[in-house]
Design a protein around this ligand. Structure first.
Ligand SMILES: NC(=O)c1ccc[n+]([C@@H]2O[C@H](COP(=O)([O-])OP(=O)(O)OC[C@H]3O[C@@H](n4cnc5c(N)ncnc54)[C@H](O)[C@@H]3O)[C@@H](O)[C@H]2O)c1
Length: 319
């Protein structure tokens, strides 16, 4: 049935222990008959009073409801992803994979590299758009500026990938408080800042996806990585909290825990340690950044019923 939207709102029904925000509206059909309709989360930000659409009856777990489907084709809209630490390595591969999968991409990092220019060019060739925003994830006002610029340029933030990370490996007896703190600041506090700054936009637009790049080191007692492992383990706990707190707003949050991936981080390992890692890897090789990127793409495009999870990608090095 064709109908015109007369009014709409977002109501939160507090049903303990979960709250569900439901979007509803009132429409009028061609004969002037009015009825109450539900609205899908992802349609909410394109609504305008007076817009035309269809009313469709749908069965849900809670009964049968009329839904208003706006006539404006939402498929035409490119989604928007912001990726931190994306000038090189895994973040750069994620930016490219998402850009080639129909996203406009905001690449952020401490500095812009040649790899980054190359990725922006490839995204443009595939029909998307990418911009670079210089950001230090340990600086909250720069992080807030990153989210603001993303929304000013592309209108929304559908996906945030918290990828920026560093390691300073030392045995605990030799680790200075500064070395401890630096890794916690970038790898854990940076994830908190970016998530905190992106959430208000995601909530307002009706949903979003957050992917936090943790590490296998969070699980396996990686010698020399007390600071790194503590930060990456913290990311996992943080991910679960975000998943529970914001599912009601259709914001899904998952962590990915890569094992031994071919980037500058693992190129810099001492040769003996490098050989040991390779020897205990069941596939006998490092993973490619692109293999991690494909997992991110799967989660943000197909994972509509996945939240609060940690997905390992490590060739069975940790099981
Ligand atoms: N390479 C691996 O084997 C591996 C394994 C598990 C997890 N990871 C994680 O994957 C992510 C990417 O790592 P990578 O291997 O591509 O490393 P990388 O060193 O190649 O890339 C990390 C990026 O983060 C950026 N960065 C560092 N500090 C930053 C800050 N304060 N603000 C913004 N950006 C900052 C760097 O400039 C760099 O571009 C990291 O979180 C890392 O911990 C990597």
């Amino acid at each position: 049935m064709k109908a015109k939207l007369l009014s709409y709102t977002n109501i939160t029904v507090p049903t303990p222990p979960y709250k569900k925000a439901t979007k509803v509206g009132i429409v009028e059909d061609e004969n002037g008959k009015r009825c109450l309709v539900r609205i899908e989360d992802e349609d909410y930000e394109i609504l305008k009073v007076g817009m035309e659409g269809e009313v469709e009856e749908r069965k849900t777990d809670f009964g049968t409801f009329n839904f208003f489907i706006p006539a404006v084709k939402r498929e035409k809209r490119r989604k928007v992803a912001a990726v931190t630490g994306a000038s090189r390595g895994i973040g750069n591969a994620i930016a490219l994979e998402l850009g080639r999968s129909g996203f406009n991409v905001v690449i952020s990092d401490l500095e812009k590299t040649g790899e980054c220019d190359e990725t922006m060019k490839k995204i443009a060739e595939s029909g998307g758009e990418a911009i670079f925003v210089q950001t230090d994830v340990t600086n909250l006002s720069q992080v807030e500026e990153l989210m603001k610029k993303t929304v000013e340029k592309f209108g929304r933030i559908d996906v945030l990938v918290n990828n920026a990370g560093i390691n300073i490996d030392k045995l605990v007896t030799g680790m200075t408080p500064e070395q401890w703190q630096k890794v916690i600041d970038v790898d854990l506090t940076g994830v908190f800042y970016c998530t905190k700054a992106a959430l208000p936009y995601m909530i307002k637009q009706g949903g979003g996806r957050i992917i936090n790049i943790s590490s296998m080191s969070a699980f396996d007692g990686a010698v020399g990585q007390a600071n790194y492992a503590a930060a990456k383990g913290g990311i996992i706990s943080f991910t679960k909290v975000i998943a529970r707190e914001y599912a009601q707003y259709n914001v899904l949050c998952n962590a990915i825990a890569p094992g031994f991936i071919k980037t500058r981080m693992t190129d810099a390992m001492p040769p003996g340690l490098f050989r040991d890692r390779l020897a205990r890897n069941p596939l006998g090789r490092r993973g490619e950044p692109e293999e991690v990127a494909k997992l991110v793409r799967f989660l943000v495009t197909e994972g509509d019923y996945i939240t609060g999870q940690v997905i390992g990608i490590n060739a069975g090095e940790y099981v």
